[in-house]
Design a protein around this ligand. Structure first.
Ligand code: PEP
Ligand code: MG
Length: 585
């Protein structure tokens, strides 16, 4: 039994079988097979080679028609190599004689041959090495299964383990195939972690060597509360995990009883609790959890889950569906927040050196106006079906807000000329998620209808800590005096200008922060839908005076640790039975 520690990013505990993604590049399984498995292993190897040869034949034929016979020769050469007995026989001997699994037997043989070729120190042989590496990958891919095939063949959901997953991969795998997620890279508020939480599945990131220590089919425990993965657990660990999974399910269902209750503090202040969503279907989860509406619709996920960017009609349908499902409740649609760790196929072709400081979010939209206008048209057309607010992400200068507003006005005029119905005075706000915007909040307040504080990015840009990097995860915290001062500044600016300031970063859904946020003056919080019940329970247990006193006390602290410890202690005091788990260090 191995215990691998990581960062807890999505709560819950499960016991399940592992499925490794990206394994062909990162880890080749090695095991001794039983004598009775030998024949099947030889057959499996034969089938993988045959499938690789068939693919090469196909490639040769298409290349011949498209690029000519000379270029296609490379593939006939590869086909020939895969039929060469001097290359294949040692592999078969390792399977039958040493009883090695096919993947390990294959890589051992290729490594030997590559070393021999390299020893010649000649350009001709060096080129052949590239061919061999290519062939090895091709056959390994067949042996270990292409990713989609392996996912498609899953008969029951598995624990998905990978070196790194993208937000779009995680969203595409979804509930049907995943029981839980574990990755070697990643941080608390990286976008892939947000998707894990949105899916409501336990997840641990930053688990170094997870993809090396685990083999396909191994039993693992994923503890998304403690941030731990246990590989091949013994009976005691297994029984303990199942017991805790049951207890956590009971707590969740007791919290779910909150859904129909109002989010009102003990002294009668109504707090608006909204959901963050990536797809229209999640509206149902928001409502089931007792949310008042949607405070952040991350529309870029529409672009991340399809090969081609969705056209105006597809976007319009998605926004309209969201609005209709909300049936008159609030709906804040954020324009595309692409870039950084949310890349489309086209963007992947042109990597940036420093993408989090690069062409992301509103900057990307302003430089790609046809795409931006298409989205604004779709949003405005959908606004004919119910109330919406439009929100621009990552605004860092006033010019960006002005430009975005001008484009929005152009689009409205265009729609008017076409006789298309739309809201003529949509509320237009901005995310405050970079220090420049937080510091200049008073100036922005004169030109924005509302603010939504995005602490996920605000923390990373204030503290210079990458939100998705496990190596600096211990430095990443919103319980930072600097971050809290910025948040306070934004709330004050909003209040003096008479515009609403709400918060939609991940801390909005972390009960440890609820009292502080209310005490600082926030009355609207938008969070991952599954967290609404627990935050509502905190709201209903406190009065605003208590929260304000806590906020004042915390405001005088100068260390992250002191702030975090105090917030946890206060939560625990409130109700040890219910909040003890959340308040644990
Ligand atoms: C944020 O940065 O806090 C935020 C809510 O936006 P996202 O997590 O999508 O970057
Ligand atoms: Mg953000």
């Amino acid at each position: 039994m191995d215990i691998i520690k990581g960062i807890a990013v999505s709560p819950g505990i499960v016991v399940g079988k592992a499925l490794l993604l990206g394994a062909a590049e990162t880890h080749v399984p090695r095991r001794t097979i039983a004598p009775r498995e030998v024949d099947a292993e030889v057959a499996r190897f034969g089938a993988a080679v045959a499938a690789a040869i068939a693919d090469l034949g196909e490639l040769r034929r298409t290349t011949e028609t498209q690029l000519g016979a000379e270029t296609a020769k490379i593939f006939s050469f590869h086909e020939g190599m895969l039929q060469d007995r001097t290359l294949l026989d040692p592999i078969l001997r390792a399977i039958t004689g040493e009883r090695l699994n096919a993947e390990a037997a294959l890589t051992d043989q290729f490594e030997r041959v590559i070393a021999q070729f390299r020893a010649f120190k000649s350009d001709v042989f060096e080129q052949k090495v590239d061919d061999l590496v290519d062939l090895e990958r091709r056959v390994l891919g067949k042996l270990m299964g292409e990713e989609e095939d392996r996912l498609a063949r899953l008969t029951e959901p598995a624990v998905i383990i990978g070196h790194e997953l993208t937000p779009s991969q995680a969203a595409a795998i979804g509930h049907g195939k995943a029981l839980a997620f574990v990755t070697e890279l990643g941080g608390l508020t990286g976008h892939v972690s947000i998707v894990f939480r949105a899916l409501g599945l336990p997840a641990v990131v930053g688990c170094s060597r997870a993809a090396v220590e685990v083999q396909d089919g191994d039993e693992v425990i994923v503890d998304g509360d403690a941030g731990v993965m246990i590989v091949r657990p013994d009976e005691t660990a297994r029984a303990e995990a199942l017991k805790r999974a049951e207890a956590s399910k009971r707590l969740r269902s007791s919290l779910a009883e909150n859904a129909t209750l109002e989010a009102v503090t003990a002294d009668g202040t109504r707090i608006q609790l909204l959901g963050n969503i990536e797809f229209p279907d999640e509206v149902e989860t928001v409502l089931r959890n007792g949310g008042d509406g949607v405070g952040l619709y991350r529309t870029e996920f529409l672009f991340l889950t399809s090969e081609e960017p969705p056209d105006e009609e597809a976007q319009y349908q998605a926004y309209r569906k969201t609005i209709e499902l909300l049936d008159g409740r609030p709906c804040t649609i954020r324009t595309l927040d692409l870039g950084a760790d949310k890349m489309t196929q086209a963007m992947l072709q042109e990597p940036e050196r420093n993408p989090f400081l690069g062409l992301r979010s509103i900057r990307y939209s302003l430089q790609n106006q046809p795409m931006f206008k298409t989205q604004l048209r779709a949003i405005l057309r959908a606004s004919a079906h119910g109330p919406i607010k439009v929100m621009f992400p990552l605004v860092s200068t006033l010019m960006e807000l002005r430009q975005a507003r001008l484009i929005l006005r152009d689009v409205m005029e265009e729609l008017d000329e076409e006789g298309m119905a739309h809201d003529r005075r949509p509320r237009v706000g901005i995310m405050i998620e970079v220090p420049s915007a937080a510091l200049m909040a008073r100036t922005f307040a004169a030109e924005a209808d509302f603010f939504s504080i995005g602490t996920n990015d605000l923390v990373q840009y204030t503290l210079a800590v990458d939100r998705g990097n496990e190596k600096v995860a211990s430095l990443y915290t919103a319980a930072s005096p600097a971050v809290l001062q910025l948040v306070k500044n934004v709330i004050r600016a909003g209040r003096s200008a008479g515009i609403e300031a709400s918060l939609c970063g991940e801390i909005a859904g972390d009960p440890v922060f609820t009292m502080l946020l209310l005490g600082m003056g926030l009355r609207t919080l938008s969070m991952v839908p599954a967290q609404i019940p627990v935050v509502k329970r905190v709201v209903r247990s406190v009065d605003i005076g208590l929260c304000e006193r806590l906020a004042r006390r915390v405001g005088s602290f100068d260390s992250e640790r002191q702030i975090h410890t105090t917030l946890r202690d206060e939560l625990r005091k409130l109700d040890p039975a219910n909040f003890g788990g959340w308040a644990a260090a």
